[in-house]
Design a binder for this molecule. Structure first.
Ligand code: SF4
Ligand code: SF4
Length: 410
C-alpha cells in the first residue's frame, strides 16, 4: 500500500468536518448524499481503518463514487489529500475483497501487454468497420447495461499509432534534443492523428523523437486499487525508455503525464529524465512558433483535472493557442470544473458522469465556440459525447491538433 498507517491517520485527522468540500464536489452536487463527498468518504475510511465498519461491496461502491478530480482539495482549508486517501481505501478494499473478474482481466492481462491490447483493438476496429457494430445495434440484441457500455466505445483506429510510426524519427532541421514520446493507449488506438501531430510538432521544434516499446501508464490500475498491475506497467514503461538515452519524455495525455511525473515517483520509480506535457514542453523547452489557421476559429479550452490540479498546467495551452493567427480564444465559465469522465468512472457511474458532462456541455455552448480544445483524451471523448447529445456540431480536439494545423497553413 502507498502510504503507511500513521500517514493515513494523520491525513484523515486533518479533516475538520467543515463541509466546504460539499460546495465543489461534482458527485455530491449530483447525489446530495454525505458519503459521496470528501468529508463523508474520509469519515467512512476512518471507521473502516479503526475496525468500526466492515469491508463490504456497499463500502466499495461508495468509494468508487469519486472522480479523483481534487476539486475538494483545492477548496479544503486543512489540506486533506482526499484523492490519495480514496486511492488507499480502494487498494485496501481490493486486498480484502479482490477485484471484480472483468476488471481484473482488463487490468492484469490487457493493459499490461501492448501486444494483447493490440489484438483487442484490432478485433474492435474490425467490429466497427465491418458493419457488425451497426448490425448488432439494429438487432437490439444488446440491451440494458451492455448496450449503454457498448455505446461508449470510441472509434478504434485500424492501425495503432506505434505500428504506423518508426521507433526513431529525425527532426526536420538541426537536432537540438532527443525526446521520448509516451503515446498512452488513447493516442495509440483512438486519437492517432493527434499522436502524429505531436510528433510533427516535436520534429519542427528540432527534436529527434524516440518511441520505444511501452504499455498503458498504469493509472487505470492505480485508480482501481490494483497496485500490483500499476507497478508492473510502470516498470515496463521505465524499462522501455531507460536504455534510449533521451533528454526528456513528452506526453500528450493529462492522466499519463500525471502518472509519470508523480505516481511513478511516489511508488519509488522516479524516471531519471524530466517529463513534460506537450504544452509545457513547447512553451518552456522549445522555441516553438505557431502559424495561422486557414479558416478563423473561435476556440474554448477545457482544463482537464489531471493538468490543472495535478500538474498545475493551465496557462501553457492557452499561451500556445493564443499564438495561432486566426484563432480567437474564448473562456467558458468554470473551465477547470471536472467534465465527469475520469477514466472508468464514466463506465461504472454512467448517469452521474452524463449529468456532470451535460453541465460542461452547457458551459461550452454558452461560450459560443466552434472548437473545444483539451489535453486529455478521456475529457475529449466525454465532451464529444455530451455535445452530440445536445445537438452541437462543435469540433473537439487536442491543442496539438490546432497547433499542427497552423503549421501546415503556415
Ligand atoms: S473541506 Fe476538507 S476539512 Fe472541510 S470537511 Fe471537506 S475534507 Fe474535511
Ligand atoms: S476528488 Fe472530486 S469527486 Fe472525489 S470527493 Fe473530491 S471533489 Fe468529490
Amino acid at each position: 500500500m502507498n502510504g503507511n498507517v500513521t500517514d493515513l491517520a494523520r491525513d484523515i485527522a486533518r479533516c475538520g468536518r467543515c463541509g466546504k468540500c460539499r460546495s465543489v464536489c461534482p458527485v455530491f452536487r449530483e447525489l446530495l448524499d454525505e458519503p459521496m463527498v470528501a468529508r463523508g468518504k474520509v469519515q467512512l475510511y476512518k471507521a473502516v481503518l479503526k475496525g468500526h465498519l466492515e469491508y463490504t461491496e456497499h463500502y466499495r461502491r461508495i468509494i468508487s463514487h469519486c472522480l479523483l478530480c481534487r476539486q475538494c482539495e483545492s477548496h479544503c482549508p486543512n489540506g486533506v489529500p482526499t484523492a490519495s486517501l480514496v486511492l488507499a481505501a480502494r487498494e485496501q478494499a481490493v486486498e480484502k475483497l479482490s477485484l471484480p473478474l472483468i476488471k481484473k482481466n482488463v487490468l492484469q492481462h490487457f493493459l499490461t501487454s501492448s501486444g494483447r491490447l493490440n489484438l483487442v483493438a484490432k478485433g474492435l476496429a474490425f467490429y466497427q468497420k465491418s458493419g457488425l457494430q451497426g448490425l448488432l445495434r439494429k438487432t437490439k440484441l444488446l440491451r440494458g447495461d451492455l448496450q449503454e457500455k457498448e455505446a461508449l466505445l470510441p472509434t478504434i483506429a485500424p492501425l495503432p499509432l506505434r505500428s504506423a510510426l518508426p521507433r526513431q524519427i529525425m527532426p526536420t532541421g538541426e537536432p537540438r534534443m532527443k525526446v521520448g514520446y509516451f503515446t498512452g493507449c488513447m493516442s495509440n488506438h483512438v486519437f492517432t492523428d493527434t499522436g502524429k501531430n505531436v510528433v510533427a510538432l516535436l520534429r519542427a521544434a528540432g527534436c529527434e523523437v524516440i518511441i520505444p516499446r511501452q504499455c498503458c501508464c498504469g493509472l487505470p490500475a492505480l485508480a482501481g486499487g490494483d497496485r500490483g498491475s500499476f507497478m508492473a506497467m510502470a516498470r515496463k514503461n521505465l524499462a522501455g525508455f531507460l536504455p534510449t538515452g533521451i533528454d526528456a519524455l513528452v506526453v500528450d495525455c493529462a492522466s499519463c503525464g500525471s502518472a509519470w511525473k508523480y505516481d511513478y515517483a511516489a511508488a519509488g520509480l522516479k524516471p531519471p529524465f524530466p517529463v513534460y506535457d506537450i504544452s509545457e514542453f513547447l512553451t518552456t523547452q522549445a522555441n516553438f512558433r505557431a502559424g495561422g489557421l486557414k479558416t478563423p476559429a473561435r476556440v474554448t479550452y477545457h482544463d482537464p483535472c489531471h493538468l490543472i490540479r495535478y500538474q498545475g498546467i493551465t496557462a501553457q495551452p492557452r499561451e500556445l493557442l493564443q499564438g495561432v493567427a486566426g484563432l480567437e480564444l474564448v473562456e467558458m465559465s468554470d473551465a477547470g470544473y471536472c467534465c465527469g469522465a475520469s477514466g472508468s468512472f464514466q463506465l461504472e457511474h454512467r448517469k452521474i458522469a452524463r449529468s456532470i458532462g451535460q453541465k460542461k456541455g452547457e458551459a461550452i455552448v454558452a461560450a459560443g465556440a466552434g472548437v473545444i480544445a483539451t489535453g486529455c483524451p478521456s475529457c475529449r471523448l466525454q465532451i464529444q459525447r455530451v455535445l452530440g447529445e445536445i445537438g452541437s456540431t462543435a469540433r473537439v480536439v487536442h491543442p496539438a491538433d490546432l497547433l499542427a494545423e497552423s503549421m501546415l497553413q503556415g
